[in-house]
Design a protein around this ligand. Structure first.
Ligand code: BGC
Length: 757
């Protein structure tokens, strides 16, 4: 279960497959376009290369496409859309991180040619990619032409024509030894991007077959054309070498790209491929999840983990956008998706990337301070949508479900992102015990966010309480609401945590504490005031009632019952609802109260969870891919096991089955993180308790024989295996854990716990 295969070429499905087949190494990403198709949406992205220019807001730039290649037989280009496809197979090999294909095409004159290929974007050298083609003429010998080119006509907004834009100017193009180059520059930020590609071709005896090279500039596209003589039944190899170097990583991108390709060409593509696959294989040893008894779930979960890993970067100045590096959905912007949905996967399996995700927030702290200042608040206000510098980049205008223009308020009102970041900081500290990180970066962020909340709350004198009014909670159907429980509860929690870490730093690192206190101009009085505020933050929750009102006035809204579901099991709009007035109904887009109970599970009882799950689940439209996974986990916590599996499948298959209908625009990275949480926190039943210990309460679907996953907890790798009868936790060192609430001390080796009875 390592391959995502496509066995039939259907043009209309190309854009979705391009997302599924994207290859990326955290820095460079190439959408999985089929280079022998005319129907494609090339996407070349480099993490952190954002630009605004004439676009609505700053966005991830679609760079020139380096994959250009054409093969002409008797003047006719090999094209999936024109030639007869005799056989077709493309597959993402997730184990090795390559995209493979094998096709046989028949040209209009009856000539048959077999084309096999293997593509990768190197994890070893982050600027490189490579493709190895094996080409066999099946029933003819003769002369063909092979063209290598760089397409400098790419642009953003192919799926969104109103926002179509090219973000770069072509500065220079030309030929080099070997191959071609383009040097482009983004309009606003002035990022330089150098693209180099080169071909090597040889026959079965290793003889060079690329002859009579001609260099041409076609429009703005540099192109080289070779004449090749081929013989029936004989396979020849074509290797494409590529490097993309930007001014984010080099002061002389073109020179470095050139040097890079020179060495790469001399070493040979196979060497790079070997190094790349070794790294990917090794990473699987840390992150793989095995599900025995459910092939769909097995393939699905690997698909999600693979693509999350592809987005993970060694660069602490970039994070992961809502659609990964896989497309232009949400303009490459970073949301709470990263901290609340994706982060736990990295935290427990690949913690160095988790740290980088937090460092990205640290590196964008100046922008967040600016936001707070501009909006009349103190401290740092992280943006609802973030790009390269932490300032708010949420577009102001979008479309409603009927296509009408609407003002987007999330950038003005969805404040909870700040507490979400605080939650991930505290989790990071508990799970990794990385005091150095907290000392150098974490506490500063917590203090600045604490300050923000203290300035954002409003004192209501009549009721002697602090309120947070005019906000949007996770459920975005309801705007300008007062006292959203998710926001208020987390703000309260956040203020107390910020205070706690202030004293933690004073205690542990007095010198650093003094510096930070001075630098931020903080006083004990200010920090103490956070406690006073937190104690009086209004939580709209009645003492004697378990059901929590999502925000003030929610219970008075119109009721519309969901009675129909589509073929993916997702709710259809009730016929009675006016889609332009969703805010007047009790329908919600995604979990909100339930979300709070998942983010801070230690704060709520099982009974509270059950009551709120049962109430809100019925009213949730799942209009965000972030939704089903959370209901799956909550379902498992409270014993709604049937729905939990259904929601899990909707989550793992969101892209493989395109069940939200927008996979063409990128990979659903938050849903992928949610998929990991479904397996580990849901079926594996792992929960981080208030005292910082792990508790396991696993439950497996009927047909699952076993589930196993690895995690890293406080620097100790643990292997967890669950069957219907037993839970096994393998460890190297002694460690306390709980199983179904009972405390045990793990001993080095395998520890078994009976689950039956
Ligand atoms: C969801 C948000 C999410 C965003 C990006 C929206 O539709 O409501 O919760 O952060 O998409 O994925």
């Amino acid at each position: 279960m390592w391959f995502v295969e496509r066995r039939k070429y259907v043009q209309e499905e190309n854009y979705v497959y391009e997302t599924l087949y994207t290859l990326a190494n955290g820095r460079l990403s190439l959408r999985g376009v089929d280079e022998f198709s005319n129907y494609k949406m090339p996407g070349t992205y480099v993490a952190g290369i954002y630009d605004k220019h004439d676009a609505q807001v700053t966005e991830l730039v679609n760079l020139p496409d380096p994959l250009g290649i054409s093969i002409y037989v008797d003047g006719e280009p090999l094209l999936l859309d024109k030639s007869t496809i005799k056989s077709y197979m493309r597959a993402l090999d997730m184990k090795n991180g390559t995209l493979n294909s094998s096709i046989v095409l028949e040209l209009t004159n009856g000539k048959l040619i077999q084309l096999d290929s293997q593509r990768f974007v190197s994890r070893s050298n982050l600027n490189r990619f490579g493709i190895i083609y094996k080409i066999t003429p099946l029933n003819f010998s003769g002369k063909i032409f092979i063209e290598n080119y760089i397409d400098n006509t790419t642009y953003n907004g192919k799926l969104d024509p109103a926002n179509k834009i090219q973000h770069y100017a072509v500065l220079k193009t030309g030929e080099m030894m070997p191959g071609l180059f383009s040097l482009v520059k983004t309009y606003d930020k002035g990022h330089l991007i150098a693209i180099r590609t080169a071909l090597k071709g040889y026959d079965s005896k290793g003889e060079n077959i690329l002859r009579y090279r001609k260099y041409r500039l076609i429009g703005n596209n540099p192109s080289e054309i070779y004449t090749v003589f081929i013989r029936e039944g004989e396979t020849f190899t074509l290797e494409k070498y590529g490097a993309i170097v930007t001014s984010r990583h080099s002061s002389e991108p073109l020179k470095d790209a050139d040097a890079n390709v020179g060495i790469y060409f001399a070493e040979g593509v196979e060497e790079e491929l070997k190094r790349h696959t070794e790294i990917v294989n090794k990473t699987w040893e840390l992150m793989d999840i095995q599900i025995d008894g459910d092939e769909t779930a097995q393939l699905g979960i690997r698909f999600n983990l693979f693509h999350l890993y592809q987005c993970a970067s060694d660069d602490p100045t970039v994070s992961i956008g809502a659609r990964g590096l896989h497309g232009e959905g949400y303009k490459g912007h970073v949301f709470w998706d990263t901290e609340i949905f994706m982060f736990p996967f990295f935290l427990y399996t690949l913690p160095k990337y988790a740290k980088n995700l937090l460092l990205y927030r640290y590196n964008t702290l100046p922008g967040a301070r600016k936001n707070a200042h501009q909006n009349g608040f103190k401290g740092a206000q992280f943006p609802w949508e973030s790009a390269d510098d932490g300032t708010e980049v949420t577009p102001k205008w979008g479309e409603d479900y009927l296509g009408n223009p609407v003002r987007i308020w999330t950038g003005d009102e969805e404040y909870h992102i700040n507490a979400d970041i605080a939650v991930s900081l505290v989790h990071y500290h508990i799970v990794t015990s990385d005091d150095d990180f907290m000392r150098d970066y974490g506490v500063e962020m917590l203090l600045e966010i604490g300050r923000f909340w203290a300035s954002r709350v409003e004192y209501n004198e009549r009721n002697d309480r602090y309120e947070i009014n005019r906000v949007i909670g996770p459920d975005e159907f309801h705007e300008h609401v007062n006292n959203n429980v998710y926001t208020n509860y987390l703000a309260k929690w956040n203020l107390l945590k910020s205070r706690e870490y202030y004293y933690w730093l004073r205690e542990k690192y007095p010198d650093k504490f003094e510096v930070l206190k001075y630098y931020l101009g903080l006083t004990d009085e200010e920090v103490e005031s956070w406690k006073a505020i937190a104690e009086k933050i209004y939580i709209p929750k009645k003492e004697d009632e378990l059901l929590i009102e999502q925000f003030e006035g929610y219970f008075q809204l119109e009721e519309h019952e969901i009675t129909e579901w589509d073929e993916n099991g997702l709710p259809k709009w009730p016929k009675t609802v006016d889609l332009t007035r969703l805010g007047e109904t009790k329908l919600i887009k995604q979990p909100d109260v339930v979300m709070l109970m998942l983010v801070l599970p230690e704060e709520f009882t099982k009974e509270e969870m059950r009551v709120n799950y049962e109430y809100y689940e019925k009213r949730t439209m799942h209009k965000s891919s972030l939704s089903p996974s959370m209901y799956s986990i909550m379902g498992l916590k409270i014993g709604d096991t049937h729905n939990a599996y259904r929601y899990f499948l909707q989550t793992v298959l969101v892209d493989l089955e395109d069940n939200q209908g927008n996979t063409n625009n990128g990979f659903h990275a938050a849903s992928a993180g949610g998929a990991w949480q479904c397996v580990v926190n849901g079926f594996g039943g792992m929960c981080l308790e208030k005292n910082g210990e792990l508790n396991f309460e696993p439950w497996l679907p009927e047909h699952w024989k076993s589930l196993s996953f690895r995690i890293n907890f406080k620097g100790v790798p643990l292997k967890v295996t669950v069957t219907k009868e037993k839970l096994c936790i393998e460890t190297r060192v002694e460690m306390p854990v709980k199983v179904r609430g009972n405390r045990f001390d793990l001993r080095p080796g395998k520890n078994y716990f009976e689950l039956v009875g």
